[in-house]
Design a protein around this ligand. Structure first.
Ligand code: KIV
Ligand code: ZN
Length: 514
């Protein structure tokens, strides 16, 4: 049988812990469906005990996704394990993932527990989890700063208690490749029953070494890699799935290891995550950055035209960057539109389809061609959004080299319409000031980014606005051919999300329970 790496994707759990990356249940389900298409083996759908909202999203995903193992995270506590099991029990393939910290610094200051107490609690929890679920993963938080013999003892004990996967995390992104590879080898050699479990690695990118460390762990014998799409995650993020998958694929000569990942789905998945979380991928990011396959230097362009292998170690098509992904246009009917949505994995209700079709026609009137990314953007904006309290009905801006930038805005606020005008240092500032004044909001704009979704002069602008109010952080997204309108839509969407958070008591996205 082929020696392969199990891909455990934690975009929906560790990835969601990226500052400002919180998602609603519909968005998470959409991502889960795409991860299934991508071919991950396990997806960690969330941390059910962390909030009722997380419990619900994990449950929705567990009930819907059939071909991927669904993991729910739990601390080594009965209540956490019960919550995780409650959320995933109906999954076709459920997994409970339980963890406790094992470094002296965490045990002494955070847990206030001795090593013996930590082993005792880990064993009890794994036994309990195993009484509920066939597949149980155990992680040693801050593993790379833990005593290596203690790691071997706790791994031996939890495997004896029924753990089927043991995971060694570099929680704070501290290790370096040679050291990590030695640690993985040491654990494999000094844990007598290690062959009864799959060994996994989970790295963070604080020193920019997450990919190198994960590969070092795999070379030393780990056969599960915990990763996120685009490397999103706590602080500097997690190991990025696409980098590990494409290294294994491109350098089969170095590591003869297969995987179940359909590489052509890498780019669509990256795009979706970026659109939903609002976290823009840096242009020079390996594999999925906008420049990853762009050749600027004349000598390079000449070489690539003569033979792509001169400067390309992998083809853009392999990661799903097809040359022409034009899907439908102005003359397409409702049926063609619905078919295309189905191929993209969206099964919409009749009223959703009708609403989206109207928006699609409006866009098709303004644009020569509609790409899959445009449709994704429409779905994200029209279908996946939280129920709106505020709606942008009208925006008119006056701006120029001599005029004072002025915006006139009409909003629907709950069921009432209101109109006002205001000034700013630029047209976008004028629009934002006016909106804030109209709804009496104290929200502050923390980050603002504009992205062209597709190339060309008539590209749609996609705007992400990160807002903060009373400790809540929300990302608003808006798309339009006009970037000022896209900005106002993103701002209003962010305000709606803030309201939604305030009304649904759950963890603020910038609060971590870990
Ligand atoms: O980084 C970490 O230690 C984690 C564990 C919960 C696996 O995310
Ligand atoms: Zn982590």
């Amino acid at each position: 049988m082929e020696d392969r790496v199990i891909f455990f994707d934690t975009t929906l759990r560790d990835g969601e812990q990226s500052p400002g990356a919180s998602m609603n249940s519909a968005e998470k389900l959409r991502i889960a469906m795409q991860l299934e298409r991508l071919g991950v083996d396990v997806m960690e759908a969330g941390f059910p005990a962390s909030s009722p909202g997380d419990f619900e999203s994990v449950q929705i995903i567990a009930n819907r996704i059939k071909n991927v193992e669904i993991a729910g995270l739990a601390r080594t506590a009965k209540n956490d394990i019960d919550q995780a099991w409650g959320a995933i029990r109906d999954a076709a393939k459920p997994r409970i993932h339980t963890f406790i910290a094992t470094s002296d610094i965490h045990m002494k200051y955070k847990l206030k527990m001795t090593r013996e107490e930590v082993i005792g609690e880990a064993v009890e929890s794994v036994k309990y989890a195993r009484s509920l679920c066939e597949s149980v993963e155990f992680s040693t938080e801050d593993g790379t700063r833990s005593d290596r013999d203690f790691l071997c003892r706790i791994f031996e004990a939890v495997i004896a208690a029924g753990a089927t996967t043991i995971n060694l995390p570099d929680t704070v992104g501290y290790t370096v490749p040679e050291e990590f590879s030695e640690l993985v080898s040491y654990v494999r050699q000094h844990t007598p029953n290690i062959h009864k479990a799959v060994m996994s690695v989970h790295c963070h990118n604080d020193l920019g070494l997450a990919t190198a460390n994960t590969l070092a762990g795999i070379r030393a014998g780990a056969r599960q890699a915990e990763v996120t799409i685009n490397g999103i995650g706590e602080r500097a993020g997690n190991t990025s799935l696409e980098e590990i998958v494409m290294t294994l694929f491109t350098r089969r000569d170095q590591m003869a290891l297969g995987s179940g990942i359909h590489t052509q789905e890498i780019h669509p998945t990256s795009r979706l995550i970026s659109m939903i979380t609002g976290i823009v991928v840096q242009p020079n990011k390996a594999i999925v950055g906008a420049n990853a396959f762009a050749h600027e230097a004349g000598i390079h362009q000449d070489g690539v035209l003569k033979n792509p292998m001169t400067y390309e170690i992998m083809s853009p098509e392999t990661v799903g960057l097809a040359g022409n992904n034009m899907v439908i246009g102005k003359h397409s009917g409702r049926h063609a539109f619905q078919d295309r949505l189905r191929q993209m994995g969206y099964e919409l209700k009749r009223e959703e389809l009708n609403a989206l079709f109207i928006k699609f026609k409006q866009l098709a009137d303004k644009r020569k061609e509609i790409l899959e990314e445009d449709i994704e953007a429409l779905v994200a904006e029209e279908i996946l959004r939280v129920p709106d309290i505020y709606e942008l009905l009208y925006l008119n801006v006056v701006s120029g080299t001599v005029a004072v930038p002025t915006a006139t805005v009409k909003l629907k606020i709950r069921d009432k319409e209101a109109q006002s005008a205001g000034f700013g240092v630029g047209p976008i500032d004028a629009a934002f000031n006016t909106i804030v004044k109209m709804i009496n909001s104290t929200a502050k704009l923390m980050r603002f980014s504009v992205n062209a979704i597709t190339g060309g002069m008539d590209a749609q602008g996609e705007v992400t606005a990160r807002l903060q109010e009373n400790g809540f952080v929300a990302l608003g997204k808006g798309t339009d051919s006009d970037i000022i309108t896209a900005s106002a839509k993103a701002f209003v969407n962010g305000l709606n999300r803030l309201e939604h958070m305030k009304q649904n008591p759950r963890l603020s996205p910038n609060e971590s329970v870990l």
